[in-house]
Design a protein. Structure first.
Length: 403
């Protein structure tokens, strides 16, 4: 079904030509500090460095109200109305750190688009779904989504440092009534222990790093004690929105539970600050394997040059670009969705024009619980018996004959 004008292929940006200069952006990652690189009307300029770098302070001082936000950026009329009207559907919450990355004068700033409510989320498309991935349907016990044969999603908290406006789990995130109480955590771990086919646990939320070190240590320790659980994956955006959370104490704790994988969620090069670099360094030095899951967002990263720049920075941070997700069919985020062909064009513009490490999978997490489906460009021209005609990154055709 057509989603307003977002399904118009003509709206998709053309791939950047080989060797094209990247778009104007901040300095290289190792030189960028987050403390208001774009200037602006910050209310935190007098905050001491030690306080600014305290993740507990960052959580306490989040921007959650219109009057606070007006002291940080110059709001457009649409933003001002949306901040008020969206509150009934999905709370606003922005750490001072992430707010410091916003351009205070530009409503199209890619950080603002992700953090500040906009008029687009006040309307829904006919195809929008409350639970677009059918996570609740595939939930045998509260807090566990068991869809794939050997792995589960483990919901551990409703809280995040920043409530991303493109969140696919708006029905639960920021809602205290969905908090994972101790009894629910116990039931989830008991389910995992009982099902010996589960070897991989994706620990999610909300953001599991919103939990205290002791609480997270307890959860990981109990999972590690289950013989058939081989790996954990922590799904976190703290490296992007609250890198101060990656403390020495946290990484010392994580070392005790290896192998630990950390999936991050960088969407734009402007998020690759020196603080984010330091957070990634601590995790990588502690032996964690880092991967990034970018969501394709209209007006934020729907340009091959931006994605290429982001992925190069991530590799310098020892974070492997893993997935590009087509934006889900969650309610109130249709203004973020691009045509699927935009994602395919981005992969086509990356493949061969940069190292394979910088080329993630482009996937649609299919509605109604269909799972992740790759929709990358097709490089097979034709297949006849044992002869395969293939097209390479430069558009040239080659024949491969099977033995």
């Amino acid at each position: 079904m057509k989603l307003d004008d977002t399904s118009d292929p003509a709206a998709a940006p053309a791939p950047a030509p080989p060797g094209a200069a990247p778009p104007a952006d901040p300095l290289p990652v190792s030189h960028v500090r987050s403390r208001f690189p774009l200037g602006g009307r910050s209310i935190w300029r007098g905050v001491a460095e030690a306080q600014w770098n305290d993740w507990h302070w960052q959580q306490r001082e989040r921007v959650t109200r219109l009057e606070q936000l007006e002291r940080v950026i110059r709001l457009s009329d649409d933003e001002r109305r949306a901040v008020v009207d969206a509150e009934a559907h999905f709370h606003m919450g922005i750490t001072p750190y992430y707010a410091g990355l916003m351009d205070p004068e530009d409503p199209t700033c890619p950080i603002r688009l992700q953090a500040v409510p906009s008029a687009g989320e006040l309307s829904s498309s006919p195809v929008d779904l409350l639970d677009p991935l059918a996570e609740e349907r595939d939930m045998p016990v509260p807090g566990i989504t068991h869809r794939y044969p050997d792995r589960v999603l483990f919901y551990t908290t409703h809280n995040c440092p920043v409530y991303c406006r493109h969140c696919t789990r708006k029905r639960k995130v920021a809602d205290p009534t969905s908090a994972a109480a101790h009894a629910q955590i116990d039931g989830s771990i008991a389910y995992i222990a009982h099902h010996t086919e589960i070897r991989d646990v994706v620990i999610s939320g909300g953001d599991p790093l919103s939990l205290s070190d002791d609480r997270l240590d307890d959860i990981l320790g109990r999972l590690r004690a289950i013989p058939h659980v081989e790996i954990f994956r922590l799904g976190t955006r703290n490296l992007v929105t609250l890198p101060q959370r990656i403390t020495d104490d946290l990484v010392r704790m994580l070392r005790r539970h290896h192998p630990v994988y950390v999936n991050t969620h960088f969407n734009h090069p402007r998020e690759c600050t020196a603080e984010a670099y330091e957070a990634a360094r601590r995790l990588a030095d502690a032996g964690c394997a880092l991967g990034n899951q970018m969501v394709l967002l209209r007006g934020v990263n729907d340009d091959p040059r931006i994605v290429k720049d982001l992925n190069h920075r991530l590799l310098m941070m020892r974070i492997r670009p893993y997935y590009i997700y087509q934006c889900d069919l969650a309610q109130g985020i249709s203004h973020f969705r691009t045509p699927i062909e935009v994602g395919r064009r981005i992969i086509r513009a990356l493949r061969g024009h940069t190292s394979g490490l910088a080329v993630p999978y482009f996937v649609v997490d299919a509605p109604d619980g269909g799972g992740k489906i790759p929709v990358n460009p097709d490089y097979v021209v034709r297949h006849e018996g044992k002869r395969w005609v293939l097209r390479n990154w430069a558009g040239k055709e080659y024949t491969y004959v099977e033995p």
